[in-house]
Design a protein around this ligand. Structure first.
Ligand code: NAI
Length: 323
């Protein structure tokens, strides 16, 4: 098709591409001309085992059989530099990095061991850091790069009743801050970085969702968003997207206009309580995207007269903490 998004001559690294979502990204991008490094260490969904080359090999076979170009890489994302080396060794460049590899450990905070915590952090967070850190000098040098980091709605919103995601939620939200910073540092080098919170039927979700939900959640429906975001023509950066079952949306921060108090001895809990309704009033809310967005408010605080003492510290009376 003349007007389809193409990725000819682009070298794309996709971690955890031996199954689920990553496999769909690999197949779609390869079908549109990309040279794909299919990374997967072939471990269990809990992150045990590994070293089974089969998962990545199968996807490479599928891509090559369809006329595309792909190579397998079996390193853990914890050695992300080796994954980038595979791209450089084969094709001498890297243009797109999709940090997708992931595992689950179903465990509540009460029962969690340090090992459960550490392995989740190592794969989701350190893994994304290691591959990105290794690709970054190439992106900067060629003044071009596209990064996708994979978050999760459990990271963005928490998920009552799924405390098994406890460690993962933390790592997944950390990836938002990581990505927002990459977008700022990469801006002048034409490096974009975005966050994806996907939803799809895979071995990670098979024990969580009922079968009828699994049927409509094909991983293939997430791939078009990924392809759009990593295309050279897409300048979107520092953003968070959700994609599942054909629904795509963008998520952003929202901050109440808030209350500004003079910062001196008159700033007491009572004075704060007096203006509490303003703190939590989302009419005229703002959508901050930079640390500097709050600096103007601090300047404003310096100009204010001393605060009036608050009436009472009794939240139960005039001031409601929750609606
Ligand atoms: P999946 O289990 O089908 O695929 C993940 C792949 O990552 C597996 O093939 C696994 O072998 C590989 N992997 C695991 N640890 C690795 C490591 N250390 N190094 C290299 N490869 C490794 O899971 P799915 O659902 O495709 O997940 C992809 C990403 O999307 C994950 O980051 C997951 O947390 C995230 N996600 C998925 C959701 C869903 O609804 N499926 C929801 C929210 C987030």
């Amino acid at each position: 098709m003349a007007n389809e998004l193409r990725f000819d001559d682009q070298v794309v690294v996709i971690t955890g591409a031996g199954a689920g979502l990553g496999r769909e990204y690999a197949k779609l991008l390869a079908s549109r001309g990309a040279k794909v490094v299919v990374n997967d260490l072939g471990g269990s969904r809990h992150g045990d085992g590994g070293g089974a080359s089969k998962a990545a090999d199968e996807v490479v076979k599928e891509i090559v059989a369809a006329g595309g170009q792909a190579v397998a890489d079996y390193n853990s994302v914890e050695q992300g530099d080796k994954i980038i080396e595979t791209a450089i060794r084969h094709w001498k460049r890297v243009d797109v990095l999709i940090n997708n590899a992931g595992i689950l450990r179903d465990i509540t905070i009460k029962n969690m061991t340090d090992k459960d915590w550490d392995v989740i952090m190592a794969v989701h967070l350190t893994g994304a850091y290691k591959t990105t850190r290794a690709a970054w000098p190439y992106f900067r040098k060629q003044r071009y790069g596209r990064v996708i980091n994979t978050s999760s709605s459990s990271g963005l919103f928490g998920n009552f009743g799924q405390s098994n995601y406890a460690g993962k939620s933390t790592a997944k939200l950390a990836l938002v801050g990581f990505t927002e910073t990459l977008a700022k540092e990469g801006g002048k080098y034409n490096i974009t970085a975005n966050v994806l919170a996907p939803g799809a039927a895979s071995r990670l979700t098979e024990t969580i969702w009922p079968p009828d939900m699994m049927n409509v959640m094909a991983p293939a429906w997430v791939a078009p968003l990924v392809a759009t975001l990593v295309h050279a023509s897409c300048k979107e950066s520092g953003s968070i997207f959700e994609a599942a079952a054909g629904h795509y949306s963008k998520v952003r921060w929202v901050r109440s206009k808030g209350l500004v108090l003079r910062a001196d001895d008159s700033l007491t809990p009572g004075a704060l309580l007096k203006g509490w309704a303003k703190v939590r009033d989302f009419r005229d809310a703002e959508h901050p995207t930079r640390v500097a967005d709050s600096m103007a408010l601090l300047q404003e605080a310096l100009q204010l007269p001393p605060n009036e003492p608050g009436e009472s510290l009794d939240f139960a009376g005039k001031v409601a903490l929750v609606t």
